[in-house]
Design a protein around this ligand. Structure first.
Ligand SMILES: *Cc1c(COP(=O)(O)O)cnc(C)c1O
Length: 434
């Protein structure tokens, strides 16, 4: 596309945008009393207006039906999960019975490792990317220790080559092959939260499986952002939160994927609870755990209906918009952002670089801008000017235009604010020198 740094161009893109009506379904967070340029959906998605209605509906069911709400009303709580899984599955390329909507992300990661991390002497290692999200690092480290191994020895972290910021797929594959006999599990992010790099999950799963290693992914930054094909890629398990690109409330309910080849295997190690027990027999309250077929067999507890109501509101929006349509718009918006940032680099004396891959297949919404100097100051300046995005130590500003509620005009406006801030900073710095 022939991008232009003009209002006319951005407005034309917004007019042609078939998804533009969805912005109106969200509350855009405010800055200085006005709608902000909210580019932080990678951290916490904006609130769908329908969340209030969906939660109110369940409050009413509870108020009017009490315990009967489990089986009566428009949305009986007992089977609420089924329709959630039905709508969540297409977002991650799964079959509905491969998806469980439950718990929170780190809890699910632990539950999956209980099943898929079965270390034994000589084959006890976990491979992950260096600089993974801290919660994932803590989860993996504590699992290794729980089994009596030493994290120093049992965790293999993959780092980019010297002088590079991104992992090369060929290097990941080579590392898997080098360590294949000692690896019990490969567990990586789908997108690295810091660089915004998408890993080649299909290739990693294939190579891992050839070597008899379980392969799982943390999709926190990819669910609702880039379409994935968990079933077809033959991934063993995946986990994701729903409060980032999926707009389902702070700390909201999360998701887990377990490939259907494990759907009917009561011998797999797992931590069990009554909501994972065979539905027909659940209320017989008898001894002896009999897992439900599919991912639901990993459920522990009675569903948190209010959190599920919030997620349900969001899933209906995804269903209407379609993840592939969202992705098509997202590619254009992020490309436009990249074009504008690169242009600023030619106009202002700055040292911004984009560490996120330039290849669209290796990135989602987010671009991570690295500042050689004064990044924190720039972040403060653009925040004051109405941009909500985030700062990651030591030198990164993450910018994520989200196709459901952001516009091309906002991308342009953001770039103008960024440029003005850089010019102001340049002026202030040269005044200091003189
Ligand atoms: C956001 C995020 C988390 C957060 O986990 P919670 O358990 O939901 O607090 C974990 N891992 C990754 C990769 C994340 O991006």
């Amino acid at each position: 596309m022939n991008y232009q740094p003009t209002k006319a161009f951005a407005q034309q893109m917004d007019q042609q945008d078939k998804l533009s009506e969805f912005r109106d379904e969200f509350h855009i967070p405010l800055s200085n009393g006005k709608p902000s340029i909210y580019f932080c959906g990678n951290s916490l998605g904006a609130q769908p207006k329908s969340v209030e209605t969906e939660i109110a509906l369940q409050m009413e069911n509870w108020r009017k039906l009490g315990v009967d709400g489990h089986f009566y009303g428009d949305t009986p709580w007992y089977s609420f999960h089924d329709k959630m899984a039905e709508k969540a599955a297409p977002v991650v390329g799964a079959k509905p019975h491969e998806v469980a909507i439950m718990n929170t992300l780190t809890v699910n990661l632990h539950l999956m490792m209980v099943t898929f991390y079965q270390p034994r002497p000589g084959k006890h290692k976990i491979m992950m990317e260096a600089g993974a999200f801290p919660s994932d690092q803590y989860a993996v480290e504590s699992q290794v220790k729980f089994h009596g191994y030493d994290p120093e020895e049992s965790i293999i972290e993959l780092s980019p080559r010297d002088g590079e910021k991104l992992l090369r797929t060929e290097d990941i594959i080579e590392a898997i092959n080098t360590h294949k006999d000692e690896l019990a599990l490969i567990m990586m992010g789908g997108i690295n939260y810091y660089t915004g790099q998408v890993y080649d999950m299909a290739a990693i799963a294939e190579v891992g499986h050839k070597a008899g290693i379980y392969v799982g992914f943390d999709l926190a930054h990819i669910a609702g952002n880039v379409p994935v094909k968990l079933h077809d890629w033959d991934v063993d398990f995946a986990v994701w939160c729903t409060y980032k690109y999926m707009n389902s409330s702070p700390g909201g309910i999360s998701g887990a994927f377990i490939h259907e080849r494990f759907a009917n295997n009561p011998d797999l190690p797992r931590f069990a609870g009554w909501w994972g027990h065979d539905k027909e027999e659940r209320f017989l309250m008898e001894k002896g755990f009999k897992p439900v077929y599919g991912a639901e067999g990993w459920q522990l507890s009675n569903y948190p209906i209010l959190l599920m109501a919030a997620h349900w509101a969001s899933l209906q929006i995804f269903d209407k918009a379609g993840i592939d349509n969202l992705r098509a718009k997202s590619i254009e918006m992020t490309n436009y952002l990249e074009f504008l940032v690169n242009k600023i680099n030619t106009e202002v004396k700055t040292d911004i670089s984009i560490i996120t891959p330039t290849d669209v297949n290796q990135r989602g919404c987010q671009l991570s801008l690295v500042f050689g100097q004064h990044g924190r100051k720039v972040f403060e300046m653009i925040s004051e000017a109405g941009v909500i995005c985030d700062w990651r130590e030591p030198d990164v500003i993450r910018i994520a235009p989200v196709p459901l509620y952001n516009t091309f005009s906002e991308v342009l406006e953001f770039s103008e604010i960024l440029k003005a801030s850089l010019l102001k900073l340049e002026e202030a710095l040269s005044a200091e020198v003189n």
